[in-house]
Design a protein around this ligand. Structure first.
Ligand SMILES: NC(=O)c1ccc[n+]([C@@H]2O[C@H](COP(=O)([O-])OP(=O)(O)OC[C@H]3O[C@@H](n4cnc5c(N)ncnc54)[C@H](OP(=O)(O)O)[C@@H]3O)[C@@H](O)[C@H]2O)c1
Length: 237
């Protein structure tokens, strides 16, 4: 399917996986609104997107605060003139044992990774409904499929995203909205390298570009086809 001329919002689009997705969509001729908290990253990414010949804008807000999400999404929808695609990508990785991680940190991870995804999808939904079609890509993680040591908060937040996303899919597919739940394994980014999960070696470890190509290809499938759940792994890291 040709996605040229569509409008996408990518949360966490100023760096990492979100930025790679924003750039690859722009190369397909998709207009892109990006969100995040770091205004410098957002501004420079918007310049890169515009240099690819598409309309691009940013909104700076914290995905953990519903009123900010609603305003930021509405501003971007206005600027782009509607929304067709949401890449629900913003998230944090914070790792530590159950007894050592402060409860406040645990709560913050849930608030950003779970509530952020919920708030953004809820804010975008009326715009997709207005168009009579749309796509929502919720970025969970393989950590959401199975818990493990030192990742109780992250894994629980991503397991909740998987479940939330599956419920969204069941509710909204009848309105021609494809809700796609992605569970990627480790990909080289600030989160995975700073978190000590990988050295990010481009010879062996998934790169943000691999993730972006995957998302692009899923979005380009004929509208009758919905990839409901999918994982991606490095072949032999
Ligand atoms: N990298 C991996 O190995 C991997 C694997 C599976 C799933 N994932 C998931 O993929 C997504 C992107 O991860 P990444 O690797 O690209 O991480 P990253 O490089 O650390 O980037 C995180 C992004 O999320 C944004 N963000 C974080 N907290 C936010 C908040 N409270 N409000 C608004 N924006 C916020 C950041 O924007 P600002 O810096 O502007 O705040 C940034 O753009 C996450 O949901 C992550 O859990 C990653």
């Amino acid at each position: 399917m040709n996605i040229k001329g569509k409008n996408a919002i990518v949360t966490g689009g100023g760096r990492g996986l979100g930025k790679a997705v924003a750039l690859i969509l722009a190369k397909e001729g998709v207009n892109v609104g990006i969100t995040g908290r770091n205004v410098e990253n957002l501004k420079s990414t918007v310049e890169e997107l515009k240099s690819l010949g598409v309309n691009a804008a940013y909104a700076a807000f914290d995905v953990a605060i519903e009123a900010e999400v609603q305003k930021g999404i509405a501003d971007l929808a206005k600027e782009l003139d509607g929304v067709d695609i949401l890449i629900n990508n913003a998230g944090i990785g914070n790792f530590g044992s159950i007894e050592e991680m402060p409860s406040k940190t645990w709560e913050e991870i849930m608030q950003i990774n779970l509530f952020g995804v919920y708030y953004a999808a809820k804010a975008v939904y009326p715009f997709l409904k207005e168009k009579g079609a749309g796509d929502i890509v919720n970025v969970a993680s393989t950590a959401g499929l199975k818990g493990g040591p030192n990742m109780s908060a992250y894994a629980a937040s991503k397991a909740a995203v998987v479940s939330l996303s599956q419920s969204m899919m069941a509710e909204w597919r009848k309105e021609n909205i494809r809700v796609i739940t992605l569970t990627p394994s480790t990909i080289a980014s600030d989160m995975s390298i700073d978190g000590g999960l990988t050295d990010g070696n481009p010879e062996t470890v998934l790169q943000p570009e691999d993730f972006a190509e995957w998302v692009r290809d899923i979005l380009k499938m004929n509208r009758r086809a919905l990839i409901a759940n999918a994982s991606i792994f490095s072949t032999n890291p």
